[in-house]
Design a protein around this ligand. Structure first.
Ligand SMILES: [Zn+2]
Ligand SMILES: [Zn+2]
Length: 337
């Protein structure tokens, strides 16, 4: 029923076991289930979560696994019941790959916490490949301006940043961002569009990233061990470093919130209750809902968010991951197919 001739095989970078580099493979073309579509991948972002999966900081991945959950591509084949998309549609595929719709979390509009969720590039195959399959209801239509590698970082870095930001009081003025990578460089554009003052905290001595933050409009950028020059209304931590939690608590004003945006963080050191006193808050952010995705992608094209990308070919995935691990990427690393 789908006339377009598809190749029989595809290239993919595969994680056979955790703790080892990805392996280049030729795999049979995946076949979409009834509610799925086959997507020809244009680009896939490289995310810190990919490192957490490879390093076994996230357990029980599907194995062997194709990682990658910031996918931009076009619909190349429809499952037998996939009627909501058309061949050729430009879509983005995020981390949230499937939810059950009937667990207690789904029923109270917290599908990001679904007990039966599947995650792209973790419990389902993802985007370090030429093609992938995805459930039609979890593919986001993308504006044509993002139908290229610049759209990929929106699908995780952008979305998780947005969900973290949505936890901040709307009347907050001064916002601290701790860890200025892919998520931060997108969020700062949205937050500035909404009139926030951004204070950017980076690894100590990382003057290059501090200059990058300033170039994107941060009013201040400096080392994460330096006290904030102003008391902040909220802090968002993207760096996976637990010691930043008490540090950020020191930087926030009364009733200020410290939002932990990552999926994994090193242990948080103990700290005096005084730092939390006066109704300061700490909270984590898990996954995303489809509502977050639709809201954020609409906002992104309105700002419009521009992403800074460092491009790698698919077969260079291990190099891209190493560059991310070593803090060598300004903005976001993206694989192009
Ligand atoms: Zn559920
Ligand atoms: Zn991610």
């Amino acid at each position: 029923m789908n006339a377009e001739a598809l190749p029989a095989n595809m290239k993919a970078m595969v994680m056979e076991v955790q703790g080892r580099p990805l392996v280049s493979k030729i795999l049979p073309m995946p076949v979409p289930a009834a509610q799925q579509v086959l997507v020809k991948i244009i680009a896939c972002g490289v995310c810190r979560t990919d490192l957490h999966i490879m390093d076994s900081e996230l357990s029980h991945p599907k194995l062997p696994l194709i990682i990658g959950h910031e996918i931009v591509g076009t619909v190349a084949q429809l499952g037998t019941e996939a009627t909501k998309l058309k061949l050729g549609d430009l879509v983005g595929i995020p981390w949230l790959g499937y939810t059950c719709g009937h667990c207690k979390y789904c029923l109270r509009n917290q599908e990001n916490l679904c007990e039966n969720a599947l995650f792209t590039g973790y419990t389902m195959d993802g985007g370090y490949a030429e093609y992938t399959v995805a459930y039609q209801d979890y593919c986001f239509p993308l504006a044509s301006m993002y139908g290229n590698p610049s759209g990929a970082p929106l699908l995780c870095a952008g979305l998780i940043g947005y969900r973290s930001y949505s936890m901040v009081r709307q009347d907050a003025k001064r916002l601290g961002i701790y860890g200025f990578g892919a998520a931060a460089h997108i969020l700062i554009q949205v937050a500035r569009h909404q009139g926030k003052e951004i204070y950017a905290f980076t690894r100590d001595g990382d003057t290059k990233t501090q200059a990058f933050a300033t170039s994107l409009g941060a009013v201040w950028a400096g080392d994460s061990t330096t006290a904030s020059p102003e008391l902040l209304d909220a802090a968002i931590i993207f760096a996976p470093a637990g010691q930043l939690v008490p540090k950020a608590l020191k930087d926030v004003d009364r009733s200020g919130s410290v939002i932990c945006g990552g999926i994994h963080m090193s242990d948080i050191p103990s700290f005096p209750y005084e730092l939390l006193w006066e109704e300061r808050m700490i909270r984590s952010v898990a996954n995303l809902t489809r509502k977050d995705g639709h809201e954020f992608l609409a906002l992104a094209s309105q700002v419009p968010v521009k992403t800074e990308t460092t491009l790698f070919q698919l077969h260079q995935a291990n190099e891209a991951l190493a560059a991310l691990r070593n803090g060598k990427i300004n903005g976001a690393a993206v694989l192009v197919m």
